[in-house]
Design a binder for this molecule. Sequence first.
Ligand code: NAD
Ligand code: TYD
Length: 339
Amino acid sequence: MTIIVTGGAGFIGSNFVFHMLNKYPDYRIVCLDKLTYAGNLSTLKNVMNNPNFRFVKADICDRKAVYTLFEEVKPDIVVNFAAESHVDRSIDNPSVFLETNIMGTATLMDACCKHGIKRYHQVSTDEVYGDLPIDRPDLFFTEKTPIHTSSPYSSSKASADLLVQAYNRTYGLPVTISRCSNNYGPYHFPEKLIPLMIVNALNDKPLPVYGTGENIRDWLYVEDHCKAIDLIIHKGKVGEVYNIGGHNEMKNIDIVKIICNTLGKPEDLIKYVEDRKGHDMRYAIDPTKIHSELDWLPETKFADGIQKTIQWYLDNREWWEEIISGEYQNYYNKMYANR
Ligand code: NAD
Ligand code: TYD
């Protein structure tokens, strides 16, 4: 079995590469990644010499490069993680989100149609459903919840999902889509809430909480997401959407306080700053379908996962120090200096 994993030098994609190489010693995993600011070859250093692994630097929008790779490796399965993934960046500059997340998805699926494939899996997000009200804890996103996006990021992901479904219906491409809630864990780029707060707290820098900090996200340990995708590509039904989430809703402010307390840092590092434009209030997944059809349940409780994650950032300082010493500083100043 040969699997092309796009975006495998990023946060979730790299964790998926590790999971698959570990679990299936007879599979060949080919990682296709453009190495944008979010992709990091040092993340993959422990698998670079694995004979079942190959890294190819390419853009999923580059039709020639994608077709050449497909021709050469003849993949059985493609799992598409490659994306521009940060909501704040999409508010600042939507166009690259449309290019990569929509056109890149179409290019990959064209290659799949041309070369034939057993499965194309699209890694989507719960953000395509928009948000839920804070005062209705009885409401959850199911696979039937209408698409109703808020940010350029979520709109680009929703557009890609619609195209994936169109390629299934029109060309008979064997597709599946997963829509997962917020992930956390090792190799998470420090522009996102949890790693940003850990890194800033370790550097005794202010912890910028948007708005009131009351917004709720439904957090899932990254390994549980990878296991769910593994199940879907092997046992999921073609043409179906699967929501992934573990009923772990937390307010942003409570997470930031846990990080302060675990690291022994004072809560007065917390600074409430100007809110994100169009900020979604609450995400919450109903995972009944993937549980009942594929027997998936999350294995890592948040209380354990957050401790493991904080410990990983303590043990892997060189990984994130290298990141924040470069172009990241310009990003940080642009996003936070006048907030
Ligand atoms: P990430 O930003 O950490 O990694 C994205 C990777 O894609 C990087 O390695 C980057 O170099 C690569 N990439 C970007 N543009 C590319 C292009 N044009 N061609 C080839 N490679 C390109 O993202 P992540 O958090 O790992 O998210 C992975 C996927 O999971 C995304 O599709 C995202 O929408 C989805 N998702 C993320 C979350 C989350 O909480 N992070 C939750 C649900 C779904
Ligand atoms: P983020 O990690 O960007 O994920 P998403 O927007 O895709 O859910 O943000 C998670 C939550 O944390 C979101 O409500 C915005 C908030 N947030 C802050 O309060 N401060 C920050 O510096 C960041 C990056 C996010």
